[in-house]
Design a protein around this ligand. Sequence first.
Ligand code: MD0
Ligand code: SF4
Length: 370
Amino acid sequence: MVQFSSSSRFESILEKALLLRPLTREEIVFLLALDDADRISRLFETARKLRARFFADKIFVYGFVYFSTYCRNNCRFCSSRVSNRGKARYRKTREEIQEAAAQLAESGVHLIDLTMGEDPFYFSRSEGFESLIDLAGHIKEETGLPVMISPGVVPENTLRGFARAGVDWYACYQETHNGRLFEEMRPDQSYEARMGRKYLARRLGLLVEEGIMTGVGETLEDIADSMAAMRRLGAHQTRVMSFTPQDGTPLAGRPSPLRLRELLIIAVLRLVFPDRLIPASLDIDGRGYLKERLDAGANVVTSLIPPSLGFTGVSQATLDIDEGNRTLGGIQPYLNAAGLELAGADEYKNWVEEEKKKLRLQDLSGEARL
Ligand code: MD0
Ligand code: SF4
């Protein structure tokens, strides 16, 4: 009896998602708690159906340029945290950054993601950000590709500068939308300021990426609440990354969660945000589990890094990079194995332009104003 009602509940949630009706918090938690192999594969199958409906099995790929590993913050999970004195850090020059972006563009990625820690070199001098805004604009022009910036909680005016320079995306992950857990993970940082920058970015016409980290003590309800927060924000790209222990951090001894947790979250994100971009990151396991992440409904592969230039990933500094595996050639077999195709450059640009147009219209109608 119980068996019967739970199975009809399961079926009706999938049905509802296929009809594009919003899932409730309880339904999301129910899906995240699945532990039966058949149901999990039905969930993944439903996620793939929704992805196919909106993206026709075409995958977008992002080039990643982590150009400064200096940071003034002290996030407990991150190897770039300021207290990690033993870390060998780098700050790349303008020329080196341009070279990495050019190589990535040449290789065929759809977007260039310019990422840094909250590097005091930029944060404590006003001309620091000016040079970065200028550089982002140049990279967009030279590569002809959409550009994302992930620079942390920059001053509001700096964000305006990025918008004026034509930057397309602002990525800034809250990691959790549970205020207490946020404080634990990002000590001495303001939850509101971090969230507020993303709302501002949207109002400025930038697309926004929001993300959570799993395996840091969050509950399934917390994850459902994060999805609700992503919806309120109107995030264009929604992601989850598994916690990965980093040497020299207080969480170094904490195990990385089983990947099934992340895969379930990817699939549920797809059901909740069927037409949004959902990444499979190479920054957690290199190419490991890439096919599984795609099979769970992801439609973007992020964190492609050009080999041999000395750029690193964030949670995996070196894994698969110099072997040339975090490249288009390196991931193509995985796309094939998942029955997916690389999208054309114009398909990605069109998606971005359409969404930016919608933002402008919403702004005119006052919808996105806060
Ligand atoms: C990634 N390491 O895609 C990158 C990073 C920042 N916008 C992205 C977390 O996995
Ligand atoms: Fe700095 Fe970002 Fe790492 Fe936090 S997560 S320490 S803000 S680089």
